[in-house]
Design a binder for this molecule. Sequence first.
Ligand SMILES: NC(=O)c1ccc[n+]([C@@H]2O[C@H](COP(=O)([O-])OP(=O)(O)OC[C@H]3O[C@@H](n4cnc5c(N)ncnc54)[C@H](OP(=O)(O)O)[C@@H]3O)[C@@H](O)[C@H]2O)c1
Length: 356
Amino acid sequence: MKILIIGLGYAGNRYRRTFEHIAASTGLPLSLAYVGRRQKTTELPYFDSVNQALQRFAPDIVVVSVNDHSHAPVLKQLAGYRGFVICEKPLVTPKDDLAAISAALSQVSGFALDLVERYSDASRQLREWVERHGWQLVRASFHWGKDRINDYRPTCGVTSEVIHALDLLGWICPRAGQLQLQGVLGVRSDFSISGSEVLDSVLLTGSMGEARVTGYASFVNMVRQRTVDFSFVDRDARLIHARLVFDTPRWDHDQLRIWTRGPDGAEELLHEYATAPDEPGLDTLHKLSRLCLQVVRAVALKEPPRHAFADLDTAVALQRLLNELDTHAQTPPAARYVHGETRVLLAEDSDLESLG
Ligand SMILES: NC(=O)c1ccc[n+]([C@@H]2O[C@H](COP(=O)([O-])OP(=O)(O)OC[C@H]3O[C@@H](n4cnc5c(N)ncnc54)[C@H](OP(=O)(O)O)[C@@H]3O)[C@@H](O)[C@H]2O)c1
């Protein structure tokens, strides 16, 4: 099976390592090649254009892991491609034409947006508890941030980060209904090399049916901090609370806690789960490798994935929400991080934990 990675940077190399691990651990013959604007110091076959790569390499799977601003132009170059596309989140930036992207991808055999927190055992377990017990969502709240202030990589801003939390709300509570935004506040700044007024944080309120949602996401959070809290009501009108914590203290280390309060107010723990996977070769790649393995098996063996992939309709619906956040965020004058002559940037070979 042939896999083409378009954009062999930080994310692209994560896919390379993941597919190499899958090939070694399953024995499935996988061959990799990449497209880039310039050749990198790797022995993988290189193509300088998407078209050439599609014709000469004829990949079964294409991974789109270019920077956010290049997603739309690259996805359009895939027009007519009939294989499987894995696309890094977010689908595109708020400035791009969504109809053109849907048209370009109309013939693909499959599509998965990389919403990697779906592949956490903690989120999967909560999803199953909600479904099994018929819990009705009353309230959800998230805090989702990391520090990208000194990052050398371009970004379209915090829409690229808040997408994880927004997706988890709908994925864990599919019966609650689509999130409708009510209010959005934000801050723009020069935190990124991508501009002087890039949206670095958003604070939102909204509704999913009768449930109310609050959330905060930021690319200027001093530390990685990823929590989603839920309150449900069960069939006996009892309030149930659940908290998901992701990638703490290290990438892929996730926790779930579900509890209620008895008639006397005492806490009753219903479920607790923590995972700290450490399979050799999969450092920071445990969740990504589950997504990639399911794609490889879907393509090679026509095996349905354990849970449906985040397909193109899901990706487009999420993108509409992100676009709304970006256009409607009420923001004060932009904040300024760069006061000296030069911007301090992390080195490209910084450790995976600080970049991730
Ligand atoms: N799911 C996650 O948790 C996660 C984590 C990190 C990143 N991401 C996503 O992954 C994407 C890439 O981010 P990154 O952190 O990997 O950035 P990065 O390290 O800057 O890598 C991006 C790569 O894409 C290449 N590229 C850009 N435009 C291109 C084009 N038009 N054609 C071919 N190659 C092109 C760049 O090449 P040059 O060297 O020529 O610039 C670079 O090698 C972003 O969309 C980001 O949001 C997702």
